[in-house]
Write a protein that binds this ligand. Structure first.
Ligand code: ARG
Length: 267
């Protein structure tokens, strides 16, 4: 995770970002720190990457890379406003001894590449280049399922779909092309389906450890469905970061050190 010390909305690269509206950086820091503390309370180790000035979106650590089995596929951002984040995160990976593969095609890390137990669900349409999906499959040696995003408000896969545990997901069908909706129904017949209202408050930008699911309080239907499905929803308020089009999942990049071929992989 990376604290939002330099957070602001000074440019617009998604429909949520309105630079003319004020942001409250100290409040963003308080909200972010609550998320960090919650994850620690739940028993997760949280490493903090030093924030750099001039990179207001650097708080969205999930976009920096995809890490599976200790292997890192670095992000290649779509927009120049975020290019400076690449060296900042790569410095951290290098210092911590992770081998990093430079990406050939645009991919925005876990924004669009979501590992499940058996495969990587991969979004395209707004940010990540379709060709990056094959690159990820090749690098990690895992099957990749391409999903086409069609609604600009849900420009990253992690705004429209969350991996709950190895085989369970929740998603908002309306964010996907008809073909991708069919595919999701076939692959995950028992998935929790969210409505647009829950998706619009970033209910799907949730962090799950397979039991606890951290999501905004405003996602009321989703919270109920999660409870019915046996999960423990925990609400987090990230209203400041929402102004940049991000919420809980965007703030946390998961370091999957485990070899996915060796059995149970944490999500
Ligand atoms: N302002 C950022 C952007 O548009 C938000 C990124 C949100 N991150 C995410 N994983 N969905 O790039």
């Amino acid at each position: 995770m990376c604290p939002p010390s330099h957070f602001e909305v000074s440019y617009s690269i998604n429909p949520w970002m309105e630079p003319e509206k004020p942001t409250d950086t100290p409040l963003a820091i308080v909200q972010w720190d609550r998320l960090r503390a919650l994850l620690v309370e739940l028993g997760h180790r949280v490493d903090v990457v030093p924030p750099r000035p001039g990179l207001p979106d650097m708080v969205f650590a999930a976009n920096a890379a995809t890490v599976i089995g200790g292997q890192v596929l670095a992000a290649r951002y779509r927009y120049p406003q975020r290019f400076g984040e690449t060296p900042a995160y790569q410095a951290w990976f290098a210092e911590h001894g992770y081998p990093v593969r430079q990406a050939r095609f645009v991919n925005e890390g876990e924004g669009d590449l979501l590992p499940t137990g058996a495969r990587i669900l991969a979004g395209t349409g707004f940010r990540t280049d379709h060709r990056a999906h094959a690159e990820a499959a090749d690098h990690f040696g895992l099957p990749v399922v391409t999903l086409h995003l069609v609604d600009p408000y849900f420009y990253h896969l992690d705004t429209a779909l969350a991996v709950l545990d190895h085989e369970e997901i929740m998603y908002y069908p309306g964010a996907f092309s008809p073909d991708s909706q069919t595919l999701l129904r076939e692959l995950y017949p028992d998935a929790i389906r969210a409505d647009r209202a829950d998706a619009a408050v970033f209910g799907l930008n949730a962090v799950s450890d397979g039991k606890h699911v951290l999501l905004p309080q405003a996602a009321v239907h989703l919270t109920e469905s999660l409870r019915e499905a046996g999960f423990e929803p925990i609400t987090v308020d990230l209203s400041e970061l929402l102004k940049a089009g991000g919420a809980a999942k965007c703030c946390a990049l998961e370091l999957r050190d485990h070899d996915p071929h060796a059995g149970k992989a944490p999500n």
